[in-house]
Design a protein around this ligand. Structure first.
Ligand SMILES: NC(=O)c1ccc[n+]([C@@H]2O[C@H](COP(=O)([O-])OP(=O)(O)OC[C@H]3O[C@@H](n4cnc5c(N)ncnc54)[C@H](OP(=O)(O)O)[C@@H]3O)[C@@H](O)[C@H]2O)c1
Length: 384
């Protein structure tokens, strides 16, 4: 047995040192980690699952209504979190979840309408899992910079975690207040699980059917512009071209999520998270155009929701011409989100020092992130 992990019948892994005399530290039993990811096919959940699989010391279960469209070693539960009874039926048997990552999301047409379904899904999931899983150590909630009103107009920048939210309704605020109270009232609040919440901004990665995925929109917009013989013009507003902006790589976010869920120092804390840099679109646009081998253009404001509506046949032609994956146009790009990002004519900056000061130090440059993500899309035959 020396030098190997042994798995006992309670599912815990105990570390057996190579040479007991050399190992002077107290030998704590290492808990086997079992993650439950709610929202497992979203731009955030999908990358999180891939990162958990990459790290190798997790067993992973994912929840979404759809089934995965990619190869995975994780187990997916097809479950509608709005349905409390279905949640109880499917989740109450999960006795050994150690970490619950909550990144499910239900889009609605207004901020007021967002709250009820998004709060209900969180409540159904957390109440059921905390009751069933006696091994639970952590519950993590994903919020966003809209907490500060970054979608409404200029706000105090760089925003800090203890800045007050904008006036209600805002479902992140409702979700966080509910989670804090639920944790405080839990009978084992001190000895049992703890929680964390992260506030990313404009998460970039691959996903399908996501209402908020800038990187897929940007890639499709660039390719269609190229096919039409146009330069890569900035389709947003002049103020957005000049203003300071920030984004968050989904893989970087996944690493930070796992770190926050497993570090004692991050317990019961809220953290802003971005790539760590700020940029202006006008300064990185050339790099994006270069990737697509296009001339960079200047600003020409067009509402993408309107101007991209008739480009489905062109996208299908492109997929055919370059032998790409046949991804339906409606699933790859949600133009209202691109219009929202490119219409932000004010500085969007959050302070991410709290996360660094607590011990998570990774960061990356956003222009390099776009190039890497587009390269990955190319390798996956999502784009030529
Ligand atoms: N994307 C961004 O740029 C961004 C930035 C900041 C903050 N956030 C926040 O991060 C959270 C996650 O966002 P996201 O962009 O990753 O969302 P997303 O891409 O839309 O993914 C949402 C996930 O939730 C699942 N889901 C939706 N309704 C469900 C239901 N009734 N039951 C079970 N699963 C359900 C979806 O799968 P099915 O459809 O298959 O059920 C999907 O897996 C949200 O709170 C969002 O506001 C996102």
């Amino acid at each position: 047995m020396a030098g190997k992990s042994s798995l006992d019948f309670y599912g815990k892994i105990y570390f057996v040192p190579q040479n007991p005399e050399l190992n002077l530290r107290k030998k704590e039993p290492l808990m086997k980690k079992k993650a439950l990811v709610a929202g497992a096919l979203g731009v955030i959940g999908r990358s999180l699952i891939q990162e958990l699989e990459r790290q190798g010391d997790w067993e992973v279960l994912g929840i979404s209504r759809r089934i995965p469209d990619f190869e995975t070693s994780s187990i997916y539960l097809s479950l509608d979190l709005l349905d409390r009874e279905a949640c109880e039926n499917q989740l109450r048997g999960l006795k050994d979840i150690t970490h619950l990552f909550y990144c499910a999301f239900q889009p609605r047409s207004s901020w007021a309408e967002h709250t009820a379904p998004n709060l209900a899904m969180l409540v159904h999931c957390v109440e059921t899992v905390t009751k069933a899983s006696t091994e639970l150590q952590h519950v993590q909630l994903i919020e966003g910079n809209k907490w500060y009103g970054s979608h409404l107009g200029p706000f105090r920048t760089p925003a800090r975690e203890d800045d007050p939210p904008h006036m209600a309704p805002n479902f992140y605020v409702e979700q966080e207040h509910w989670l804090r109270n639920f944790h405080a009232q839990a009978p084992d609040a001190d000895a049992g699980w703890n929680w964390s919440a992260l506030r990313p901004h404009t998460v970039c990665g691959f996903s399908l059917n996501s209402p908020m995925n800038l990187s897929t929109c940007l890639a499709v917009y660039a390719l269609i512009s190229k096919e039409l013989g146009l330069p890569l013009r900035f389709p947003g507003k002049p103020g957005a071209w000049e203003s300071i902006y920030q984004v968050c790589d989904s893989r970087h976010l996944a690493k930070a999520m796992i770190w926050c869920a497993t570090e004692e120092n991050a317990a019961n804390e809220v953290f802003n998270i971005t790539n760590g840099d700020y940029f202006r679109w006008k300064n990185i646009w050339g790099r994006i155009a270069e990737f697509f081998e296009m001339e960079p253009g200047e600003v020409q404001t067009i509402p993408l929701t309107e101007f991209m509506a008739d480009k489905e046949p062109l996208w299908e032609k492109l997929c055919e011409k370059y032998g790409l994956q046949k991804i339906p146009y409606s699933e790859i790009a949600a133009w209202p989100f691109a219009d929202y990002v490119f219409g932000t004519e004010w500085d969007v900056m959050t302070d991410t020092l709290k996360l660094r000061l607590h011990g998570f130090h990774e960061c990356l440059r956003s222009d390099e992130m776009f190039v890497r993500i587009f390269q990955e899309f190319r390798e996956q035959k999502v784009i030529p």
